[in-house]
Ligand binder design. Structure first.
Ligand code: SAM
Length: 348
């Protein structure tokens, strides 16, 4: 039940960068009102009074932490650990799920990278947790994790990790498949109105399709890919859904579709990193076909490598760029573009 825990607590969630403008709404749409205190690249700090499980299950974020202490100008981990050791902290044991006999470790994250600290600093951080919560340190395979975080924006936190292998959505990721967090954020960002006919012509392992199905807001979904193995996987996952069409088809020849039959295209085409394709020619051929099947005023959302010159590729086409954002896909720089198909001009 939403908002059944009355006391508001401060949480920190990490998400894929590029979605700072929409993350607050995306979270609020899923779990009810939150009060954002700070949003930085890939991180939101917010107050929430509902059940922590709602936060743990969020599909739009990666790690979520309960904030135990904030540092406005963190200099180094040893000072933070000293300050924490001297503080009386309020630990909401229920939120943290702490049980008798649980073990823990303390981790140190500096600008999103794990960081080593001196043995003495580690020991005092562990002593604080053991003393306050009667937990046993286990640096290799602990039940619980406490994190000291220093961000590049020069803010710091002492936190408890809430999402340690707990979310079902975050399990079972396949290499090459978009992560559920990124796919959910792209869909949220795309703002495709409900009850539309949507197509992913490069569906792969179904990263976007999985999340579209969970969000359940489309009328029909067309999923294509050129590889039989991927099509079989999609059948296996989604083949029982009546409003989903799955077909092995080349995105440049969508023969099964009639002109102007699709309201929105949302897709993650090949980037040319592994395939031997002429990227510009491949994208041009694909765009000709997408524009044939896309309705006038329909949306096209593309996730592409930042190395691909989309401005140049779309130049000859009746497309208006409506939004774009820079993001990262497995650490690689990428751009998400949102276009609208313009009506044909009489002499075009
Ligand atoms: C970047 S991957 C998409 C990954 C997908 N978003 C996922 O979550 O699994 C690009 C996909 O395009 C497919 N592909 C490559 N050339 C194609 C073509 N001409 N027509 C249709 N699919 C193609 C590849 O098989 C691959 O699955």
């Amino acid at each position: 039940m939403k908002n059944s825990h009355r006391e508001s607590r401060t949480y920190i969630s990490m998400f894929v960068p590029g979605f700072e403008n929409i993350i607050e709404n995306a979270i609020a749409r899923r779990i009810g009102p939150i009060q954002a205190k700070q949003i930085n690249s890939g991180m939101i700090v917010y107050m929430y009074g509902g059940s922590p499980q709602e936060i743990i299950d969020l599909d739009v974020v990666k790690n979520t932490f309960l904030c135990l202490q904030t540092f406005s100008d963190p200099v180094d981990f040893s000072k933070m650990v000293r300050q924490v050791s001297e503080s009386r902290l309020n630990y909401p044991a229920q939120v943290m799920g702490i049980g008798r006999g649980h073990s823990f470790r303390v981790r140190y994250s500096y600008a999103n990278q794990f960081h080593k600290v001196a043995a003495g600093v580690m020991k005092s951080a562990e002593n604080k947790v053991s003393r306050d919560l009667c937990l046993t340190p286990n640096r290799v395979n602990p039940d619980l994790e406490f994190w000291y975080i220093i961000r590049s924006e020069k803010i710091g936190f002492y936190t408890f990790l809430l999402t340690r292998g707990t979310s079902s959505v975050k399990a079972g990721e396949t290499k090459g498949k978009l992560t559920p967090e990124l796919a959910s954020l792209i869909i949220e960002w795309a703002q495709i109105p409900p009850n539309k006919t949507i197509m992913d012509p490069f569906a792969g392992y179904g990263g976007l399709a999985d999340r579209l199905v969970s969000l359940n807001s489309f009328k029909r979904l067309f999923l294509f890919d050129i590889e039989s193995e991927k099509i079989q996987g999609l059948y296996h996952q989604l083949g029982d859904k009546k409003n989903i069409v799955i077909k092995k088809q080349d995105a440049r020849f969508l023969n099964s579709l009639t002109p102007e039959s699709i309201d929105a295209v949302i897709t993650d085409p090949p980037w040319g990193s592994y395939e031997s394709i002429d990227v510009e020619q491949f994208y041009t051929e694909t765009l000709i076909e997408i524009l044939r099947v896309l309705k006038t005023h329909g949306k096209m959302i593309l996730l592409v490598s930042e190395r691909i010159d989309m401005d140049r590729i779309v130049f000859p086409f009746p497309l208006r760029l409506t939004n774009r954002t820079n993001t990262l896909v497995n650490g690689k720089k990428a751009i998400i573009y949102s276009y609208q198909k313009l009506p044909r001009t009489p002499n075009a």
